[in-house]
Design a binder for this molecule. Structure first.
Ligand code: PLP
Length: 392
């Protein structure tokens, strides 16, 4: 080949196979090249025995999917562009007009918002249930209920439910049990030990670990269920970028270390905050007396693990504007959503506005603040909180 532009595209050199290095390679493709028309015609986008198109998988995404199956104890995995896309993909795959989905009232807010807007517009009903009361879930199940979401614990108010009882209630009513497993991250407990059918994970949080990637996964143990969701995944075109997949692959080896370090620091700070008079409740499921602590012990006691995430409720004598000032005066804890990254984060929430008062009454009157603990030295984080409390 003498023509330079053509030679730069169709170059005969092929690097030797067998390259081995600590991190997997990044394969980037929309187009995948077939060796023959016969191979092209025989392509099967559902199979991971080969490659058909970038959207359906590359060595990089297959490798990440396999490692995530190992992490969460599943057999099949789909990657999607965000945790919320994972929730949406599951709902759109499993729900039809006339069906109903049940969502815990303390769930990740956009899950409820999707049900109240798009799903409702397509004639799919939804209701919220009290996750701390499996009898409430049982009572709300109808013959139309096809899907029940669970979240362990609620990621703002941190109540830890009896996951097995919720799964049993969903299955007794003939529904699919889907868990948002972002908090557990595959470290605190194995979601499939509790009988869930689907584990959804915002890889945006601990698996990416950097606050710089948006990605989600949908993990199952049932091939038929996986293929139902995968069909919708393909038709919606929910692919992920190879560089983002690589960023998660790169962060996975330190996942367990980071999760446990952030857990240790968060429990230290949560215990210390319990002694402070400005605060009436510390909501951390691994602490005695926290809502659902016994269920946390049953599910996560063996691993003795929890995400580095907890909330506090300020005494009502501290008006919401004062609590905002507390958040603003923190120096190391930054104002920002998400969690699982190296930087500690703080967000004030108005819980009553996020809840259906008729599902389960919120027992507190003061403002709730959620902390996500990063990887800074815990002494520095404690000093930061101490100074901001003094400024209240
Ligand atoms: C962050 C989060 C999501 C959504 O993940 P994104 O990647 O930000 O869309 C879903 N569920 C829980 C519990 C989360 O914390």
């Amino acid at each position: 080949m003498h023509d330079i532009p053509t030679g730069l595209i169709h170059h005969p050199y092929a690097a030797p196979a067998g390259f081995s290095a600590p991190q997997p390679g990044v394969f980037k493709a929309s187009t995948v090249i077939f060796p023959s028309t016969a191979a092209m015609r025989a392509r099967d986008w559902k199979s991971r025995a080969g490659y058909t198109y970038g959207l359906h998988g590359t060595p990089t995404t297959f490798m990440l999917e396999e490692r995530l199956c190992t992490l969460e104890g599943g057999l099949q995995c789909l990657l999607v562009p965000s945790g919320l896309a994972a929730i949406a993909n599951v709902g759109l795959a499993l729900l039809r007009t006339g069906d109903e989905v049940l969502i815990p009232d303390n769930a990740y807010g956009p899950n409820k918002a999707l049900a109240a807007s798009e799903l409702a517009a397509w004639g799919i009903a939804h209701a919220c249930y009290d996750p701390m009361n499996p009898a409430d879930l049982r009572a709300r199940m109808t013959p139309r209920t096809r899907l029940v979401w669970m979240e362990v614990p609620g990621s703002v108010t941190m109540e830890f439910p009896d996951l097995r009882a919720l799964v049993d209630a969903a299955h007794a009513g003939g529904a699919v049990a889907a868990l948002d497993n972002t908090w557990g991250a595959g470290i605190a407990f194995c979601p499939f030990d509790f009988g869930v059918d689907i584990s959804v994970h915002a890889l945006t949080k601990y698996p990416s670990g950097g606050g710089d990637v948006l990605m989600g996964s949908i993990i199952t143990r049932d091939e038929a269920l996986h293929l139902r969701i995968k069909g919708t995944h393909m038709r919606l075109g929910l692919g992920v970028g190879a560089n983002d997949a690589e960023a998660v692959l790169r962060a996975l080896p330190s996942l367990d270390l980071r999760y446990r370090a952030q857990d240790r620091a968060a429990r230290h700070l949560a215990r210390w905050l319990r002694s402070r008079g400005e605060i009436v409740a510390v909501l951390h499921p691994a602490l005695d007396g926290a809502p659902g602590h016994a269920h946390w012990r049953d599910a996560c006691g063996t691993a003795d693990a929890a995400a580095g995430l907890f909330s506090v409720v300020f005494h009502e004598r501290h008006a919401p504007a004062d609590v905002d000032r507390f958040c603003d005066s923190l120096r190391l804890f930054k104002l920002g959503y998400s969690w699982g990254g190296p930087i500690s984060l703080v967000v004030p929430y108005d819980v009553p506005s996020m809840r259906h008062a008729d599902v389960a009454a919120w027992p507190h009157r003061g403002t709730l603040v959620r902390f996500s603990v990063g990887l800074e030295a815990v002494e520095d984080l404690q000093a930061d909180l101490d100074a901001a409390l003094a400024a209240l």
